[in-house]
Unconditional design. Structure first.
Length: 1035
């Protein structure tokens, strides 16, 4: 196999994990160890290494898959942002209200003090607002000086927040906040943010700002916390306080402040030599701050800002800052500048307010020059593999260090170190556990923020960055609106049958959003624990509540209070209608599920995983909460090929499950990398076409492996298949392979029992090779009766195989086989009735023959031999005579004094027990059949007190045990229960104990529609036998 290498890459040396960066695309990826080795070989040869043909089939397959996931070249030439971007919207405006300040800080960039007095008046600010609002400005920053000193501060705040879509950020030293606190709490606080300067702990802060200022500031922090106002701390880092970066995080946590921002000192004038901190020292202290922030839940803006770039959509080129494109700053004298840090620098001045904001923005030569600059023009970035991920240098830092907007930022090394750290950290959440090439993580697997890119180009933000709303906020708002008013664009196209939802209130039914029905595709069983991620209004949870029954548990996880409220409001009514409550709703996120490890048998999710901002972490969480052998069944939107970043970053399309859709091949690879096995696609349908790209609704299953193994036969049609462990099963071949119970229903492979029978397919045995048995003469039929010769079905209706419907009251019906009239207690969906005589006649002859001729001494082993005969159906009154026949036959073979006539008598008595006894009579054919056998062995009569008591005691013990289960009838479950209890009691009650040591492995659960799986005492997923702990209690 010869494979051409897909693109030019740079492998970073010195990183903790192998990081491959594709500079021009841009893209990056972290392969596992085997993938890294392969890529290094490719780098040397530009094609797959020789000898590939000697690799195993799985490794060859994974290699091909791995290379298909590698980035492809961005073939379009790139000559800079000026060729692509346009002046669509002036998104933000910085207003330097005043030079007046209540402090004289030594490191103030603008030398503000109580002596400086230049300010914009209210009329000028109002004119500025009126001019920028039509240009699309939604975020206003007011700074100074000290903006709270402005005589019209409160009027300005009201003005800038007068529209419901605007946000206001106030950069302040914080000391005057108490004076305005009552007013500030009247503003829309969700759109108001304070960034307060702090220069370290008390000694450092007071050295810069004055004695006693720090203690006053602590009082202000407490006030802000009590008032619930959004606040971040901003620290200008220099040589004197760099060691206290982590201390500022701790300080923020003390007052419940959620954000910290570090300002890197401008390397200009004396500061270049006296206060500038080298990038490596800044990075080291930043890492300590990150460690301090993690347990406190505090965000460090510098990391978050870089994270948004590193984990943006592949192919997005970040190209310098947004200054001049979507951001302007106005000084206290009315002059306009590209950024707030450049205010007062005359060479950077772009015009004046009196010239008109829009005119300056669109036509200023200075701004046009700035917009024409690009990373392409920066010689210092050309060799950096991160040039379009980091986005080049900060224009303010470059200007102050070198009097030019590009090429002189002294902190480029720091930015790249942060980028590498973030990638290493993300890769560390994905195990490197496979010996074949695979991808641990790559660009696009996480998307923490919708990039405001135009085409494939995005801009960075001013160094005075603030926390911005991430995708979780965007998606949350989208679905919160949907909770209040149904959104037909995201409404689930699946219509549930009334039988599944009749217990769900109408108000909860109409708000199901999704692209499939994993709850129906999950093959749920009674007693299982299910978790629904992104449960919304709870429809799938309430359906699961009915299917899993009172012994099951259902957890709905959602991040939205509105959706949780709707779901919880319906929970009581659902519980009332079902007669039990087994549903609980919890607030949580996909990336941090609020449940203990190994909680769930099944995890479902309906069109939600695509919304995750960290998909590898989401799958790792699903894996964590699943029990071994548990399964994830997920419906989601996928696509076959990468789609443009314009779709990925569109907030509406992201909310509509399109923007976060995964490429199907990457999805499969990510599931494998997480550790899932037995991954299969259940169904796929066309979902939607957007901008010429097709998206599909995909339902898939992935299993958390356990130690279960099974004999697996591959039936075709292909020449063979490769297991997840690399073993090949040729067509028609049988292999013992890991095969969790959750996979048994997979039709692509046959699971065999010890006798070589297929156990996971509902098929009728039409073989005529069994030894013929002598049948009793059937009574003559009345004249005119129609005798049907149709073959009998093994389950359901013996006539047609359709499910049976039991009647509330018996009614006279005509048997579909013999034509006789009899009282019926059940009909099939097609209206067929089969009388007990026709139901049992074939099996009766088989049971008599086998019980009279067998030499088997174990009652379970003999029972299973009879059950595998094609004349014996899945359920039915046949079991009523099988049980006494098996017990008496095995007892005789063990040395008991029982003859042929006694065995036949036991079978005849059992045949007289009518069908449906368990529900219509309150008994059970297996329990009564056991009593019959004990009566035959002990030769009991109604006047033999001791023997009569023993029989009733045995039957009663069995009935009591069976009554502990809330379950539909299962003749095999009830027979095994009867046998185990009979065997346990026989040691004291019979001359010779009954042996019941045969395997209890269930070979019919996949064809028993009412199987309760884990709720059954004889069922443990993937185990071939079960000890009777349950019987010790019940029996």
């Amino acid at each position: 196999m010869s494979t051409t290498f897909p693109d030019t890459f740079t492998r970073l040396s010195g990183a903790e994990v192998p990081i491959y960066v594709f500079p021009d695309s841009p893209h990056w990826c972290v392969p596992n160890t085997a993938g890294d080795r392969l890529l290094q070989e490719l780098a040397a040869t530009k094609s797959a290494p020789h000898g590939n043909e000697t690799k195993g089939p799985l490794e060859q397959l994974r290699t091909k898959q791995f290379l298909s996931l590698m980035p492809r070249s961005n073939s379009a030439p790139y000559s800079g942002r000026g060729e692509i971007l346009s002046l669509n919207r002036l998104a933000e405006c910085w207003i330097h209200l005043t030079d007046h300040c209540n402090l004289s800080c030594r490191h103030c960039l603008f030398s503000c003090s109580p002596k400086t007095r230049q300010s914009l008046n209210f009329e000028e600010i109002e004119a500025l607002y009126r001019a920028t609002e039509p240009l699309g400005t939604e975020t206003y920053y007011i700074t100074g000086g000290e903006p709270l000193l402005h005589p019209d501060f409160q009027r300005i705040c009201r003005l800038l927040l007068s529209k419901e879509n605007t946000r206001l950020a106030i950069l302040t030293n914080g000391l005057l906040i108490p004076k305005h606190l009552d007013f500030l709490t009247t503003l829309p606080t969700d759109r108001l943010h304070f960034q307060i300067s702090v220069d370290g702990l008390e000694e450092n802060h007071d050295a810069m700002r004055g004695q006693g200022v720090f203690s006053t500031l602590l009082t202000v922090f407490d006030m802000l916390s009590q008032a619930g106002l959004n606040t971040s701390l901003a620290m200008a880092v220099h040589k004197g306080n760099v060691h206290q970066m982590a201390d500022i995080v701790t300080l923020a946590g003390r007052f419940g402040i959620a954000d910290v921002h570090y300002l890197w000192l401008f390397a200009a004038g004396k500061a270049r030599d006296t206060a500038h901190v080298p990038p490596e020292q800044l990075f080291s202290n930043l890492m300590e701050a990150e460690k301090a922030a993690a347990p406190l839940g505090i965000t460090i803006d510098n990391l978050k800002s870089m994270e948004a770039r590193v984990f943006s959509s592949p192919g997005i080129r970040h190209d310098l800052g947004n200054a001049g494109w979507e951001s302007l700053a106005v000084g206290p004298d009315g002059h306009i500048y590209p950024t707030p840090a450049l205010i007062g620098n005359k060479p950077a001045c772009c015009g004046h307010m009196r010239d008109g904001i829009e005119k300056v923005w669109r036509h200023s030569k200075a701004l046009s020059h700035l917009r024409g600059l690009s990373v392409v023009n920066d010689e210092t970035c050309r060799t950096s593999p991160f040039r379009y991920i980091v986005g080049g240098g900060d224009i303010d830092h470059s200007y102050y260090a070198g009097q030019h907007y590009i090429g002189h930022d002294p902190y480029m090394e720091l930015y790249e170190a942060i980028a590498v750290h973030l990638i290493e950290k993300a890769a560390g959440t994905v195990a490197d556990a496979h010996g074949v090439p695979g991808m641990r993580i790559q660009m696009g697997d996480r998307l923490t923020e919708c990039s405001h890119a135009e085409g494939d180009v995005a801009l960075t933000h001013s160094n005075c960055v603030l926390s911005l709303a991430g995708t979780r906020g965007t998606v949350g708002a989208f679905y919160a609106d949907a909770a209040d008013a149904p959104n037909t664009d995201i409404t689930n196209p699946v219509c549930y049958e009334e039988e599944l939802i009749h217990h769900i209130p109408e108000s909860a039914r109409v708000r199901s959003y999704g692209c499939g029905s994993p709850v129906q595709d999950a093959d749920l069983n009674q007693g299982e624990t299910l978790v629904d991620l992104g449960s919304g209004a709870g429809v799938e949870c309430f359906i699961a509540a009915k299917i899993t029954g009172a012994a099951g548990s259902v957890y709905g996880i959602d991040m939205l209070d509105d959706m949780l409220s709707r779901a919880r409001n319906a929970t009581d009514e659902v519980g009332r209608r079902l007669g039990y409550r087994n549903v609980e709703f919890k607030k949580g996120y996909l990336e941090s599920i609020p449940l203990d490890r190994e909680t769930a048998d099944v995890v479902i999710s309906n069109c939600v995983v695509n919304l995750s901002e960290d998909k590898p972490k989401t799958f790792a969480e699903i894996f964590r909460i699943l029990k071994p052998g548990g399964r994830a069944v997920i419906s989601d939107v996928t696509t076959d090929a990468p789609f443009p970043a314009s779709i990925q970053n569109d907030p509406t399309l992201r909310g509509e499950c399109i923007g976060g859709a995964m490429v199907q091949s990457r999805l499969m690879a990510m599931l494998e990398a997480t550790g899932f096995t037995n991954i299969r696609i259940i169904k796929r349908f066309f979902y939607r076409e957007v901008q010429g790209h097709t998206f599909y609704s995909l339902t898939y299953q992935a299993v958390k492996p356990d130690e279960t193994r099974a004999q697996v036969l591959y039936p075709g049609p292909f020449a063979g298949v490769i297991t997840d462990q690399g073993e090949v099963i040729p067509r028609g071949g049988i292999l013992e392979a890991p095969w969790p119970e959750a996979t048994h229903s997979d039709p692509s492979a046959f699971v065999m029992d010890n006798d070589g029978n297929i156990t996971n397919q509902d098929a009728e045995n039409s073989c005529a090779c069994y030894q013929p048995v002598e049948k009793e003469q059937k009574p003559a039929q009345p004249a005119g009766a129609t005798i049907l010769s149709t073959g009998k079905k093994a389950s359901g209706c013996m006539r047609c195989g359709k499910p049976l419907t039991y009647l509330d009251m018996e009614q006279e019906e005509t048997c579909s086989f013999c034509g006789e009239s009899a009282m019926a207690n059940a009909l099939c969906e097609n209206g067929h009735f089969v009388c007990d005589l026709c139901h049992s006649e074939d099996a009766l002859s088989v049971v008599k023959h086998l019980c009279l001729t067998t030499r088997e001494t174990d009652i379970i082993t003999l029972f299973d031999k009879i059950k595998k005969h094609p004349a014996v159906p899945l359920h039915g009154p046949e079991h009523h005579f099988i049980v006494p026949g098996v017990i008496t036959a095995a007892y005789r073979n063990a040395g008991g004094a029982v003859g042929d006539e006694e065995i036949l008598s036991a079978i005849r008595r059992g045949a007289d027990i009518p069908g449906g006894t368990c529900a219509f009579w309150g008994g059970c054919g297996a329990a009564l059949g056991t009593g019959i056998a004990f009566g035959i062995i002990l030769k009991s009569t109604p006047v033999k007190a001791t023997e009569r008591q023993i029989i009733q005691k045995v039957t009663g013990r069995i009935i009591t045990a069976l009554g502990e289960l809330e379950a539909a009838r299962c003749c095999r479950r009830e027979t095994l229960t009867a046998f185990k209890i009979a065997s346990g009691l026989s040691a004291d009650l019979l001359p010779i104990p009954l042996q019941a040591n045969g395997t209890t492995h269930c070979f019919q659960f996949n064809i028993n529609k009412e199987c309760i799986r884990s709720g059954c005492p004889w069922y443990v997923a993937g185990k071939s036998d079960i000890k009777g702990e349950w019987l010790k209690v019940k029996g």
